[in-house]
Design a protein around this ligand. Structure first.
Ligand SMILES: [Zn+2]
Length: 497
């Protein structure tokens, strides 16, 4: 007993809905997908109760996907649980495509053993979400945000931008975890293109749910996302295909508790081109994207740093993070790179109360972050008896008087010829070379409540970036720029504070 349906034909992007009917509550349902235009053919499958049950990008993932009553038999990025009878909907989209192509989806539903099923890629044993009656569209309802992988307060190494074969990466989730272990990561955020994982293989590395909202005009990460957000063309405002839709998606990601990070803002052709984006909807910027990628030359990162400085100049306390954005096998190299594109390069280090998702996300929202391709730092910031961290607001500590700030950077080994660069209000105020010691100390006076900020970089003898630390600051400034378009204009036009 069972059902079979076939959907397909010639599809013209951006988006189309197809429907099929289930005559009873089946135990499982399978979808076998083929498209003659492999890149960016995506399907979202909605059950008869309006819940999103499967997110699928054609290409790297297996061609057959399963939704099952049993979580142990359900494919990655699918929602296991009851399969309700009634009319289901398949929403297909071809992001970035304007020419039509052919596709075919064979649907089967049944009970008992699934026949002729090649090994599906399963969710993994750490289940983050499962179907509930009367569920919203899709929520991460089974993830333990407070599970502590380490009880201690300290710096934890992570990666805020990763991919697997569930979108367009080459490694499986399991293989990515293996690489993360080799790279000494404590945590990473999973950010597939327009897909939220419904679980992950268990390991001793903290994996935080996220999504890379992806359109031709730009990509942003929603880090720590707790529910699905309607980014589709079908939504009333056109979703990520329109300026107003993207602002709405950014805003809803904030409401869904996510940290919103603009990815590779200056990396053409994936630079952020949504000019009407409200800067108030941005929490962090990916200053340092995959340093081994040929397009990510010195300039793309340098321009991102400049953009970031302009934001700070205008009073935006937006934090800088890094992301490997790695898609490849560790045996591969991009042209001209000696090193592989790999998870954890660069590493983003977060000073957190413990190693759990809640604490890491909180620490990121406070700017307790540095990003590094090498130096592992101990950062000591003191004002009188106060012990402070990057990202700190010193307004109340300094008050109306003047206070001496003691800022020490100690690195894990001797970085001969490397320089610590101190940048205050966009101006380099001092450069200090590591001469014989692994420590650099700078003491300086800050007075009163006037807006001021200071950030630190470490550069090698060829002036290449090795690490950067998030600013400390005092005071506030009323914003003059409101949108991303104004930011781009301003950062091109103004060079001196
Ligand atoms: Zn990416």
């Amino acid at each position: 007993m069972g059902i079979q349906h076939k959907i397909g034909g010639c599809f013209r992007p951006p988006e189309k809905n197809y429907r099929f009917f289930l005559d009873c509550n089946y135990e499982w349902i399978t979808f076998n997908v083929y498209a003659d235009e492999p890149s960016w053919f995506m399907m979202l499958i909605w059950d008869s109760s309006g819940v999103l049950r499967l997110q699928y990008l054609y290409g790297k993932a297996p061609n057959t996907v399963v939704i099952h009553n049993d979580k142990n038999m359900t494919s990655a990025a699918a929602l296991p649980g009851k399969i309700p009878a009634g009319e289901w909907r398949i929403e297909v989209s071809g992001i970035g495509k304007d020419s039509s192509f052919n596709f075919c989806i064979n649907i089967e539903g049944g009970f008992g053993k699934i026949k002729n099923l090649e090994q599906p890629q399963l969710i993994g044993d750490d289940l983050w979400a499962t179907y509930e009656p009367n569920m919203e569209l899709f929520i991460i309802n089974n993830y333990d945000w407070d599970k502590k992988y380490n009880q201690n307060k300290g710096w934890y190494k992570g990666d805020f931008h990763t991919h697997t074969n569930i979108s367009d990466g080459k490694l499986t989730p399991h293989e990515l975890l293996e690489q993360a272990k080799k790279q000494n990561l404590d945590f990473f955020v999973t950010t597939e293109h327009n897909i939220i994982h419904t679980g992950f293989p268990k390991s001793n590395i903290l994996v935080i749910p996220g999504i890379e909202i992806t359109d031709l005009k730009g990509h942003f990460n929603a880090i720590g996302i707790k529910k699905w957000i309607d980014w589709t063309y079908d939504s009333e405002d056109g979703g990520i295909y329109t300026e107003s839709g993207m602002n709405r998606v950014l805003s809803e990601a904030g409401t869904a508790c996510a940290i919103r990070s603009i990815n590779h803002p200056n990396l053409a052709p994936w630079s952020w081109e949504f000019k009407e984006t409200l800067l108030e909807n941005i929490d962090t910027i990916e200053i340092w994207n995959d340093p081994t990628f040929p397009g990510n030359n010195f300039m793309a990162t340098q321009q991102a740093l400049e953009l970031w400085d302009v934001l700070w100049r205008d009073g935006y306390n937006i934090w800088g993070i890094g992301g490997s954005d790695a898609h490849n096998f560790p045996s591969e190299r991009y042209d001209g790179s000696e090193l592989p594109s790999i998870i954890g390069d660069p590493g983003t280090f977060v000073f957190s109360d413990s190693l759990c998702a809640t604490s890491i996300l909180k620490a990121v929202s406070m700017g307790r972050i540095y990003v590094s391709r090498g130096p592992i730092m101990e950062i000591t910031i003191k004002v009188g008896d106060y012990v402070l961290y990057p990202g700190c607001d010193l307004t109340d500590i300094i008050g109306i008087g003047a206070k001496q700030i003691y800022y020490k950077i100690k690195v894990n080994k001797f970085y001969k010829g490397c320089t610590v660069v101190w940048i205050e209000n966009r101006v380099i105020v001092e450069k200090q070379e590591f001469l014989e010691s692994c420590e650099i100390l700078r003491c300086f006076l800050w007075k009163g409540k006037t807006y001021k900020w200071l950030r630190v970089e470490i550069r090698d003898r060829n002036n290449r970036l090795l690490a950067f630390v998030n600013p400390i600051y005092k005071g506030t400034r009323n914003h003059k720029i409101v949108t991303w378009g104004q930011l781009i204009e301003t950062s091109g036009g103004i060079k001196v504070d």
